[in-house]
Ligand binder design. Sequence first.
Ligand SMILES: *Cc1c(COP(=O)(O)O)cnc(C)c1O
Length: 379
Amino acid sequence: MSVPILDLGRAFADIRPEAEEAVKRIFDSQGFILGSEVKNFEKHAAAYLEIDENNAVSCASGTDSLLLALMALDVKPGDEIITTPFTFFATSGTIARLGAVPVFADVDPKTYNIDLNKALEKITPKTKIFLPVHLFGQMTPLEMIADELSSRNIKIIEDAAQAFGTYRTVKGKITRAGRFGAIGCYSFFPTKNLGGCGDGGMCVTNDHEIAERLSRLRVHGSGATYYHDEVGINSRLDAIQAAILDIKLKHLDEWNAQRRKIAENYKILFASNGLDEFITQPYELENNCHTYHQYVIRVHNNKRDDLMKFLDGLSISTRVYYPLPLHLQPCFKYLGYKAGDFPEAEKLSEEVLALPIFPGLKYSEQEELVNAVRKFFKI
Ligand SMILES: *Cc1c(COP(=O)(O)O)cnc(C)c1O
């Protein structure tokens, strides 16, 4: 029996009739870009995140949500943005696109998120924004440095692309990923916890003026049609994505709960099979509700690639997120980093292995994977 890394079809089966109805409705209306379907989804996403409905501004992708957020906070060439080297490329790509400078700080080896103390050490008079990522569905505890950052007039943009629905309890209060900083950014790429049937993204904020600016920037900086206050980009959500995301949003908490259950199963299965001395399982920081966009283990003793190959031979799929930290990417050579600058991130890229985790993954498939790992380690 094969075990896929991801099978989106299993959860989609539950909503397929409703999604087909929605697509028919849009074909009837012939309204494809922004419009009432998009407004409706923005309203429901805002309600879920407990913000004013006008403060949720959708756009064409998670990448664009980061670009729009940086533009809306006036990021200019030469500005320094402190961020993590261990993330998907878009987090830094968008910074570089604006001529700003990604300034990396190493990560915490347990959570894989940026090390907040190391981030603070990177502050200079040019630092404009702190851009953390809630990697794999686990929040960075931003409350720990929020005061320090605001006293230096540094704003936070959260890359919550992998963390829609994730939350953290701060002083007894639930704070959702993306709701902590000046702007939170989400991706609705099909594989994300809340994913459409194509590209999509969203920015959220508490500040009405920032929301208005984001709304203009996504339509070429235009307030009134054909009058341009500033140069923006073309980045709009389409009606079909909005309608499908609106349907999926109703299932999100249930699907995230399934992911947490699958994570718990892995935790118990690996431990009870004596495998915890060969691998390190994900660590859930206190007060966090990790939503396991990915279940990423570390494989000890340089065995990661061999284990991956072994599993692949048994038709069990795994992935490596991410094989090369951003400070070592060829396109960022000009930033002047070298191997050894961020040992934790570099070690992670050699050890991490993402296992199948998605709504609809069967317990028997998890058992099959864990049994195969046991076979590999000959125990
Ligand atoms: C997916 C992702 C993005 C980009 O989102 P797209 O919708 O693919 O453009 C940005 N940052 C992180 C951490 C991501 O995982």
